[in-house]
Design a protein around this ligand. Structure first.
Ligand SMILES: [Zn+2]
Length: 341
């Protein structure tokens, strides 16, 4: 039972901005069709099916960061260090989904190697974003840090993770020290068990402090919400956007962006830098593991967008970038084959 009415909750479920369901009419039959049609990941002959290999972050840089530092820890896990506030998004450090999905390379850091955290952020309830063992590991070391979750996920958080839990509806904000955390619309869906489909919402997060702003869109398809956000928030300095888990397009398009769409979204948001995430860590879909950053570099180059692809453990600062990912053969220029799938 919901504790308060939400404008985004109608007829028994949370909605997207356009009111439509993400899988749409794609029920279990569509999943079966996808499973039966899966093929070897060889769409882009340049791409290599290798995971994003981690580098070990500089412990001193994490312990005493500059005012604006972003470290990618693989998949959707970001360590945002903004004006002395440490935030982590969607932490995952190992196998996910009750152990069913292996992590393809080790995490760059163990949970106990992270600096003290001021908040834990979860964008939605899918297992590759809302990983209970990782959240519990971080909760143990950060008992007072609020766990910030979308509407409807609060009871799950209180029951399973414990400690302070805050539900943030779309466009509502929470102050964490000098930093303001605002929940953003995303175009996605939710499910964790057989009876909870669309019973919690899905969000992105915008973080702004005196030294700058960043956002993570959460899992999202490309949709009208990016313009909606751009009308309400100033241009963001660094947009952390998902670029992977897009193939096959007929099935994934409404729930996951591809590289070209991430570049388009970054431009709509007025981002000065695109930091690609959600690739190379878990095998979720059909594209080769290093195709997403390769195509993101190519698409960004066409429009002159600054893109910062990192190895897990790599970081962005104003003064420099550490652990930049580059294609092994140096080749990026290639149109996005995902757009034709
Ligand atoms: Zn998801």
């Amino acid at each position: 039972m919901r504790s308060h009415p939400s404008p985004w909750y109608r007829d028994g479920r949370f909605r997207n901005l356009d009111g439509l369901d993400v899988p749409g009419d794609m029920g279990p039959g569509a999943v079966l069709k996808w499973k039966l049609s899966r093929r070897a990941p060889a769409e882009d002959p340049l791409a290599r099916d290798v995971p994003a290999l981690p580098i070990t972050p500089d412990a001193a840089a994490l312990a005493a960061p500059p005012p604006f530092q972003i470290t990618w820890l693989g998949h959707a896990t970001l360590l945002w260090q903004v004006d002395g506030v440490n935030l982590v998004t969607d932490p995952t450090f190992g196998r996910i989904g009750h152990g069913t999905t292996p992590r393809l390379a080790p995490p760059p850091l163990a949970p106990d190697a992270l600096p003290p955290l001021d908040a834990l952020l979860v964008t939605h309830d899918h297992y590759d974003h809302c990983d209970l063992p990782s959240l519990r590991a971080l909760r143990g070391r950060n008992p007072q840090a609020p766990l910030i979750v979308p509407e409807g996920l609060g009871p799950w958080g209180r029951r399973n993770v414990g400690g302070p839990v805050v539900e943030l509806p779309w466009y509502e904000a929470l102050a964490v020290g000098p930093v303001r955390v605002t929940a953003l619309p995303a175009q996605h869906w939710s499910i964790r068990g057989p009876l909870d489909r669309h019973q919690s919402h899905w969000v992105g997060y915008h973080v702004a402090g005196p030294s700058g702003s960043t956002l993570f869109s959460g899992d999202t398809g490309f949709g009208p919400h990016f313009a909606h956000i751009a009308e309400r928030l100033p241009p963001v300095d660094v947009a952390c956007l998902p670029v992977g888990a897009y193939a096959p397009r007929w099935f994934m398009q409404r729930q996951h962006m591809g590289p070209q769409e991430a570049v388009d979204a970054a431009r709509i948001l007025g981002a000065r830098v695109l930091l690609p995430v959600h690739w190379g860590t878990y095998r979720l879909t059909d594209e080769p593991l290093d195709e997403p950053p390769r195509l993101t570099l190519a698409a960004a180059a066409e429009v002159g967008l600054d893109v910062c692809p990192l190895h897990p453990g790599g970081r962005y600062t104003r003064a420099g970038r550490h652990g930049l990912w580059q294609p092994p053969d140096g080749v990026t220029a290639r149109p996005d084959p995902a757009s034709n799938r």
